[in-house]
Design a protein around this ligand. Structure first.
Ligand SMILES: Nc1ncnc2c1ncn2[C@@H]1O[C@H](COP(=O)(O)OP(=O)(O)O)[C@@H](O)[C@H]1O
Ligand SMILES: [Mg+2]
Length: 290
């Protein structure tokens, strides 16, 4: 990439794996990303990306923590069995959107609906038990001193009976022999990839339609990153799950997802198919390492 005359070499590493002179600092990314938000995508464009009726939709969401407003008038559309990945600078509010869908934030405006039902104000327990939405906790939510099976059963705490939870756990074990082989072992002995699989599986116990996944690749070695994306791909394409994901590894996330959204300062800045965003030069420069 040509540098403007007089531009000092960037010493701080921000995003991506470009060579030193193509790496932008976190501040550069934040400032340049602001410029992307000039043309907010119209709702019509979001609707077209779903290739049919939206299964989960968000209209005019205003949300935050306490009195602090983080998300401003945000819209989203995802079809049944589709995947959508949110990318954007650190602190843009990506996790806050997942938190809002799941019911962890203070929502002061807008509507979130699933399958035509308004779920905006349901508690997280109701979302999981009755609305078919599961939130996969970010990194390190496995209890290392409990067995794999005990960890899995914790995902069924809202089931009406322990028999139902056990039956669901058996279904998970039938699907993932890697976990079955270790069911009686302490979860602490699992590899990073197996631990992530256990975190995902625990969410599957409630048989959700929608999976909210925050940074599935975080802290994993590359070979496990591919494994986790394969697991998510299978859940989407063979089990029909709708997936909304946040991924700092924008390349992996956009390669995976049908739809990509760029979030900047709590607002939607760009939307497209995952492939369209991957090919966009500005996205490449800001989020894909040049
Ligand atoms: N639990 C919380 N309480 C108060 N502020 C929070 C909380 N979680 C995140 N924030 C703030 O919300 C903003 C958006 O954070 P987040 O959604 O985590 O961004 P991202 O996931 O895009 O990096 C940040 O300014 C962050 O400091
Ligand atoms: Mg986050």
């Amino acid at each position: 990439m040509a540098e403007e005359p007089g531009t000092p070499k960037k010493g701080i590493s921000g995003y991506g794996k470009g060579s030193v002179d193509t790496v932008l600092s976190v501040d550069d990314v934040a400032r340049d990303a602001e410029k992307l938000s000039a043309n907010k995508p119209p709702k019509q464009q979001l609707t077209e990306l779903t290739k049919g009726e939206a299964f989960l939709s968000i209209d005019g969401l205003v949300a935050g923590y306490g009195k602090m407003e983080i998300i401003h008038n945000f819209d989203l559309r995802v079809g049944a069995g589709q995947s959508l990945c949110l990318i954007g600078p650190n602190g843009a509010g990506k996790s806050t959107i997942l938190h809002s869908i799941y019911g962890f934030t203070n929502i002061t405006g807008g509507v979130i609906s699933v399958n035509g039902n308004d779920i905006t104000r349901l508690s997280p327990n109701d979302k999981l038990k009755n609305a078919g939405i599961a939130y996969i906790l970010q990194d390190n939510s496995v209890f290392p001193d409990m067995t794999v099976e005990e960890n899995l059963l914790m995902g069924g705490f809202l089931k009406d009976s322990t028999d139902e939870a056990h039956a669901a756990a058996e279904r998970v074990f039938e699907k993932y022999s890697r976990l079955k082989d270790r069911r009686d072992q302490r979860a602490g002995v699992l590899s990073g990839g197996e631990r992530r699989l256990l975190e995902i599986s625990r969410a599957l116990i409630m048989e959700p339609d929608v999976l909210l996944v925050d940074e599935p690749s975080i802290g994993l070695e590359p070979r496990f990153i591919d494994m986790v994306f394969e697991i998510l791909d299978d859940l989407q394409n063979h089990e029909g799950k709708t997936i909304i994901m946040v991924e700092q590894n924008a390349k992996k996330g956009l390669e995976f997802a049908d739809i990509g959204y760029v979030l900047v300062s709590g607002e939607l800045a760009m939307a497209g198919t995952g492939d369209e965003l991957l090919e966009d030069p500005e996205i490449g420069r800001l989020f894909l390492g040049g």
